[in-house]
Write a protein that binds this ligand. Structure first.
Ligand SMILES: N[C@@H](CCC(=O)N[C@@H](CS)C(=O)NCC(=O)O)C(=O)O
Length: 217
């Protein structure tokens, strides 16, 4: 199976963690925004990452790919069968992919992607507004919702944890990591999820990339 994407995309990071937790073998083919790679363009009609080629079956969108894989490889279940748990997992997947990724994206795109990868100025006012006005509300909600189990849904890792933790990395790359004094539960939960063997090597790789970018600046 080929996965197209970049390790710094929140949607790709979520999928990489999912694949690792499921033990599904894959090859990551690195592509950037607007990449002309024909395999990527065929798999992703809108040119967005991630996209997948599973032995000729092409699919784009992190959640679409994950639902396909969950049906194909049911164990271990990362989308629970229990109706209430399933509903809450999908809630967190939406939270991660929509409001949280959008807020982190305004910060990460305008401060890092535009100037460093696309060679143009980012909208720094939009990044600052997202950090000042959107981020605190989202972090306050997340802090209030992390249960004592250390997992967002039930007492084991699910897609919920991968989806909600992923945009935090982009925010962290912008130097705006959640303050552990104000957000102790987010700090402990995110540290534990990001340290899992499914994610840790990818996180180390993207941190090396970010360090290199800072050196070049
Ligand atoms: N809902 C999609 C979002 C994918 C997405 O927006 N990916 C971004 C990178 S983080 C992208 O490829 N943007 C390029 C573009 O919009 O042209 C998913 O979950 O995969």
């Amino acid at each position: 199976m080929i996965i197209y994407g970049s390790v710094v995309s929140p949607f790709v990071r979520k999928l990489l963690g999912y694949l690792g937790e499921k033990g599904i073998a894959f090859e990551l083919k690195g592509v950037g925004i607007g990449d002309p790679d024909p395999g990527f363009r065929a798999a992703s009609p809108l040119g967005k990452m991630p996209a997948m080629d599973d032995d000729g079956f092409l699919l784009a969108d992190s959640s679409a790919i994950i639902h396909y894989l969950e049906a194909k490889y049911p164990e271990p279940a990362l989308i629970p069968a229990d109706p209430q748990e399933r509903g809450r997992v999908i809630w967190w997947d939406e939270f991660g992919d929509t409001v949280f990724a959008a807020c982190g994206g305004k910060m990460f795109f305008n401060r890092i992607v535009a100037p460093r990868f696309l060679g143009r100025e980012g909208d720094l006012a939009a990044a600052a507004a997202a950090e000042a006005e959107e981020l605190p509300k989202l972090l306050d909600y997340l802090e209030s919702a992390i249960p004592a189990s250390g997992f967002l849904v039930g007492d084991r890792l699910t897609l919920a944890d991968l989806a909600a933790v992923s945009p935090l990395m982009n925010i962290r790359h912008c130097g705006a990591a959640a303050d552990p004094a104000r957000y102790p539960k987010i700090a402990a939960w995110s540290e534990a999820i990001l340290a899992r063997p499914s994610l840790a090597p990818w996180i180390a790789k993207e941190e090396r990339m970010m360090a290199k970018l800072r050196e070049q600046a």
